[in-house]
Design a protein around this ligand. Sequence first.
Ligand SMILES: Nc1nc2c(c(=O)[nH]1)N[C@H]1C(S)=C(S)[C@@H](COP(=O)(O)OP(=O)(O)OC[C@H]3O[C@@H](n4cnc5c(N)ncnc54)[C@H](O)[C@@H]3O)O[C@H]1N2
Ligand code: MOO
Length: 411
Amino acid sequence: MFEVISVDKAREKILQYLNKKKIEKVYFSEALGRVTAENIYSPMNLPPFSRSTVDGYAVRSSDTIGASESLPALLNLKGIIEMGKSSDIAINSEEAMGISTGGMLPENADAVVMMENTDSFDDGSILINESVASGENVIWEGEDIKSKELVLKKDHVIREQDIGALSALGILEIFVYKKPTVGIISTGDELVSPEEELTPGKIRDINSWAIKACVEKAQAIPKFYGIIQDEQDEFYETLTRSQIECDLVIISGGSSVGTRDLAAKTINDLGEPGVIFHGVSVKPGKPTIFGLAQDTPIFGLSGNPVSALVTFDLFVRPAIRRLLGLKPYDESEQVSARITRNLSSKGGREDYIRVSLTRKNDGTLEAEPILGESGLIFTLVEADGIIRIPQNTEGITAGESVQVFKRGVIK
Ligand SMILES: Nc1nc2c(c(=O)[nH]1)N[C@H]1C(S)=C(S)[C@@H](COP(=O)(O)OP(=O)(O)OC[C@H]3O[C@@H](n4cnc5c(N)ncnc54)[C@H](O)[C@@H]3O)O[C@H]1N2
Ligand code: MOO
């Protein structure tokens, strides 16, 4: 039998071995949610020229001193600045030019008077009914960011606005941490693929597909290695191939200690350091394995689909997030809710209970436990999340507030 360690210890050990992030270049518009692997500096001033923030007249502010509705300043209209065109005209003393919001300020102008604060006089001149200060209604060249200034720091998670900023600066390619390729192996003589007809004793493969979806959701790239039989040579050959081709490998099934359970043995057969731990004091997911073959992290998850998915969240997702340069645990994935029933738990073990969530009229959430064996995928289909009963408690009482790890979108 295996020796179990706590969930915290298991997570600590996993992260200890996951410190080799790879880097790749991506097109800026594909970078949402990725993490910068370099400091990015601006190649230019933004805006590249001083711009008006209103529709009106570009002026020299000194020409408007003391102007008011009762005593307007009369300025000569030198023309109109067209949008998207460079203005090489300069204004001189007592001159103004028509300008639109975003238009390029003519040379010598340092302010813009809003249209509504002017009156037309004749074709060639305009009355200015207010005085404007230097810089009023203007964004100066480089006011947003200056050439060589830091745009995005290394280890920054790229958001929508960052992509807009990269576009503004014409920064087309950036270095980010590489999306890990994750090998997925399902094991078991009883498994067939979803297209196949079932014959007695067979079941369709759940884990390959559910884990593939988990991997995609975690922003990594899944790579299927199919269903392999509980047979040593095939297992060894597939694991060797996947360990070479992938950044991380997930095996489901064969994690326990039965004679057919080949995962731990095969990970050890692949060489040093082999299995790092086998067995975690958690339900479901007790037989979880973590090991390394030639530096490639390998997870052996239980064949029971609910265990496989719960332990993916607990152990594999933090590992993938680490390789992507993200913080291993994302607290935004949790919400608080009130539990509707008493739940007991064996001390010395963390229990994860599936729950369905209901939004009450007062806006709070209620969590209803869904009990059942970890082989029952529909207990997870009906669930909106999972709650944790900590290792050193004997349960939770109805009405208590609990943290729910979301497994889906809360309606
Ligand atoms: N004598 C003991 N037996 C078991 C123990 C134990 O402590 N002593 N632990 C049980 C627990 S808890 C778990 S969890 C499982 C772990 O088993 P394995 O990881 O070795 O997985 P398998 O035996 O291969 O499969 C378990 C179960 O899941 C089904 N399965 C497997 N793969 C898939 C798949 N891809 N899609 C759908 N279903 C799958 C498989 O048919 C089995 O029913 O061990 C218990 N036994
Ligand atoms: O530890 Mo098992 O994962 O309860 O089904």
